[in-house]
Design a binder for this molecule. Sequence first.
Ligand SMILES: [Zn+2]
Ligand SMILES: [Zn+2]
Length: 349
Amino acid sequence: MMICVECGSQVEELKRGLCLECYVQKYVDADIEDPIEIKLCSKCGSAKKGKKWLERPDLQSIMLDRIEDAISLSSSIDQFSYHVEFHEGDPRNIKVNVTIEMVVEDHIREKDLSSNIILKKDQCTNCSRREGNYYEAILQVRPSKKEMTEEQKKGVIRTVHKRIKEDKEKKRDIFITAEREIHGGLDFYLSDKMVSKNLSYDIADKFGGVVTTSSELAGREDGRNVYRMTYSVRLPPYEEGDFIGHQGMIYRIKNAKSGSDPVTVHDIKNDKITTLDKKKIKEAHIYGGEELIKKAVVVSEEENEIQVLDPETYDTKTLLKPEDHPPGKKEVEVIKVDERLVLIPQEKD
Ligand SMILES: [Zn+2]
Ligand SMILES: [Zn+2]
């Protein structure tokens, strides 16, 4: 038997000359930081947890996390548990009491600790980047000729905004720094390279067109070169409903939004739906769209031919009649390309 120098009780084993109970009272200890700081973004209300900023934070759980981090314990402890009490009052300076139970072998020590949680105003990475007009990439959408149509512009803007909104919901650190109409097209300055790249391919798929990538040295950060990317989508020079000519044939574009796939067209002379690959499309001559279509009065009609009045000169012209052209029409639709009048068959699906 051995005798504890503190309380005099007889025990089998001593720790630092003490019985287990005296040892626990003397050497098993806990402490807490005071004050405990939590940084909140004064712009968007994000809270900093570790190195990260959390949007729409659950403040209660962040406070509990920070309290756990702020507690320090003697290394000899086998187990511990604690109970936290928050005191109402100043919302920027919250008083907390922590009752902590520490277990060594079968002895328990309880200790009451107290601290103050201070909510400090700061600016999150996102907000400070936003203020500094930060961007990693420019997404450009450009027409091949003239201007993008209003419909194209609206469609592209909708696609970009939708994607950014979805990513934000997944709590991704992403925003549009600037967007503008320029050179008949659109520019989006985005805070994230990958999203810009993915968006450029989405837009090329949806609206037709090809993507080109370029980069520019923007400076150095942490000893590394930082590049700013430009993803440029060149929209096709034609739109749905445009008439194009290729090797003596005349086609009407049925689906311009084919991405890299062949383009579906209506072969006007043979009244047939077919496809043209991108190479042929590139070689083709674009005559124009809807505005080319004129009504022509039918003068007479035979089995394979039809006579109409040229809507410009009023000369009688003989046109080939597509196979299933409905007979007995008083007027037909025509276009004039390369000084020739061509009958437009009914739209087919
Ligand atoms: Zn003792
Ligand atoms: Zn913020």
